[in-house]
Design a protein around this ligand. Sequence first.
Ligand code: HEM
Length: 223
Amino acid sequence: MRWIRWVAKPLVFLACLIPAARLGIGALNAVEGWHVAGISLGADPVKTMLHTCGRWTLNFLMITLCMTPLRDLTRSFIWMRFRRMFGLFAFFYVLAHFSVYLLLDQSGKLGALWQDIVKRPYITIGMLGLLLLIPLAATSTAKAQRRLGRRWTQLHRLIYLVLILGVWHFWWQVKKDIREPLLYACGLTLLLGYRLWKQRQAMARLSAARPPSSGAASAAGTR
Ligand code: HEM
């Protein structure tokens, strides 16, 4: 299916860049002499950048994990052709999120970052999420997948943990209105619940197909 490779994938790729492009244009608008109508980073540009990149990290983690249920529901493998791209965009946005935090919010001071990691639990959790995404991004190529075999699937299950940490990180920093992190937590529960349900179904099918053990067979024979 050439159209996926040459049309759908480039279009989806460009669409995934829209939030970053809007931030870039918003940042340029802050510079004198530039103005693209309708795009502004508001009164606190650093916060806007930090929050937008954090949100899109979560969104892309969720979108990545939606690909398997969509494949099962539509009985079409097409979704899986986009999964790696979405996962890598989650990594791209978390790197941007972290860079804005370190370079603009903390003025590049590694000591301040360390203090935050130690003192603020939601930062510790976010950092853990970022660190766990690194091996997933590093082994995202088809070559690494072939080389690691079954271990690749096991390693990439870490994405569930990253999503849990991401939602937790968001929940922990919200002071009063928990509606938005709650929405993400519901999405997370659905996505993980679907996987658990599928696993149970597969196990039930396996035990139904398994021939009775020799002990049970002989006991049945004597009855
Ligand atoms: C998988 C990793 C991560 C995810 C999914 C994530 C996601 C998010 C989300 C959704 C928000 C809230 C955005 C909003 O309120 O609109 C946020 C805020 C924030 N995140 Fe992360 N984040 C991650 C990693 C990190 C890391 C590594 C750091 C820094 C070391 C970090 C620092 C922050 C800070 C400082 C805020 C803003 C808190 C505030 O405004 O009070 N995050 N993040």
